[in-house]
Design a protein around this ligand. Structure first.
Ligand SMILES: [Zn+2]
Length: 366
């Protein structure tokens, strides 16, 4: 079977050397971006959740120069999936150039006959409505159980007809499988405040408290076998594919799976934490995988959110991330209680991570 690859998946040694020389030349010849460039460079946040029809997130995206991919997800804290779909379609109709969305499906009922047919009919309609991808969430692997108490795995044959249909529709699968490594640690041992507060508020997902559930390595292994088995499926590993804690481990995942890219959503502090220990290592990783990493935040706008707060939060996240990735400025990052020096990535690399990769993965395939 033809192995689906992100065109630039496996670079030959020659191409890699050329790329490195180019990067060095770019670094020598051209200064890194500054904060003054933030507003004027075209950017793509490939992982947000706009769950409000009058979206302040979209308003801020216009000011800050972002295109958005809003991801519908089977998450009980969010509005019901049909309501998320309605909102996404309405926002896309208002601003077709700037607002895009990914659809999802309900896992509930996966054991019933006819479930896959109903899911596939829904996906067909969503893609006809403009959905650019399909999301599968961590409830597969960590929440849903069969009658015998066995946790549903992404490898379950129940998904086969659905995955085949996603492939036929020609859209990528965005998969959030597993959780950050911190999830299996006690709160006090977690490396970032954002993980600590999320798992303090969501003890049901804090796996340190649930040793009876599938463990981290078992979830990663199931996901890896899944990506292997569907090598012709464009695959987006959300949240740095839950390998956020170690860029070498993430590099091995990308090397092994040419059909995969990853988004950075809600895992920037994990990269920064590695940066504090060894900035050159993180920088080297992003240079080497400059075609495989997509900028994303996980910024979420819930019903009832105060518009001014949403806009302030979005602007703060977006500018802080720009400062880290694109500039050489140092900033204090409260979530890891550390001063973090900017990576000052070459401009061409910044444009890939911030726009061109997402454009290739989501827009050009349409
Ligand atoms: Zn998300």
């Amino acid at each position: 079977m033809h192995r689906w690859s992100w065109a630039v998946g496996r670079a030959s040694a020659g191409a890699l050397l050329t790329g490195l020389l180019f990067a060095v030349a770019a670094r020598a010849g051209e200064p890194a971006y500054s904060m003054a460039d933030f507003g004027r460079v075209r950017k793509f946040d490939a992982h947000v959740h706009a769950n409000v029809e009058d979206s302040a997130l979209l308003a801020e995206a216009r000011v800050d120069g972002f295109v958005l991919l809003s991801i519908n997800v089977d998450y009980p804290d969010f509005p019901p999936v049909p309501e998320q779909a309605r909102i996404a379609k309405a926002l896309a109709a208002v601003d077709r150039a700037r607002f895009h969305f990914a659809t999802t499906f309900l896992v509930k009922g996966w054991i019933e006959p006819g479930w896959a047919d109903a899911v596939n009919a829904g996906l067909t309609k969503a893609v006809a409505d403009g959905a650019l991808a399909v999301k599968i969430w961590k409830n597969v692997g960590m929440v849903e159980q069969d009658a015998a108490g066995r946790y549903l795995s992404i490898e379950d044959p129940a998904f086969d007809p659905v995955i085949a249909h996603v492939r036929d529709l020609g859209v990528p699968l965005i998969a959030h499988q597993g959780e950050p490594y911190n999830c299996w640690l006690p709160l006090a041992k977690m490396s970032t405040e954002n993980d600590r507060s999320y798992f303090a508020e969501h003890p049901q997902y804090h796996m340190y408290l649930h040793p009876e559930l599938p463990g981290y390595e078992s979830l990663m292994a199931a996901r890896d076998r899944f990506v292997d088995r569907h090598a012709d499926l464009p695959f987006v590993g959300a949240h740095l594919a839950s390998l956020e804690w170690n860029v070498d481990r993430l590099a091995a995942f990308l090397d092994a799976h040419p059909n995969a890219v990853v988004d950075m959503a809600a895992r920037m502090t994990q990269l920064q934490s590695q940066s504090v220990r060894d900035r050159a290592r993180v920088r080297r990783f992003l240079l080497r995988y400059q075609d495989r990493v997509l900028y994303g935040t996980d910024l979420t706008e819930d019903p009832g959110a105060v518009a001014a707060d949403t806009r302030r939060e979005a602007h703060a996240f977006w500018s802080s991330d720009w400062q880290y990735l694109a500039t050489q400025e140092t900033q204090w990052v409260p979530a890891i209680r550390a001063r973090v020096a900017g990576l000052a990535l070459p401009r061409a690399v910044v444009r890939k991570i911030y726009y061109e990769n997402a454009e290739r993965v989501f827009l050009r395939r349409r």
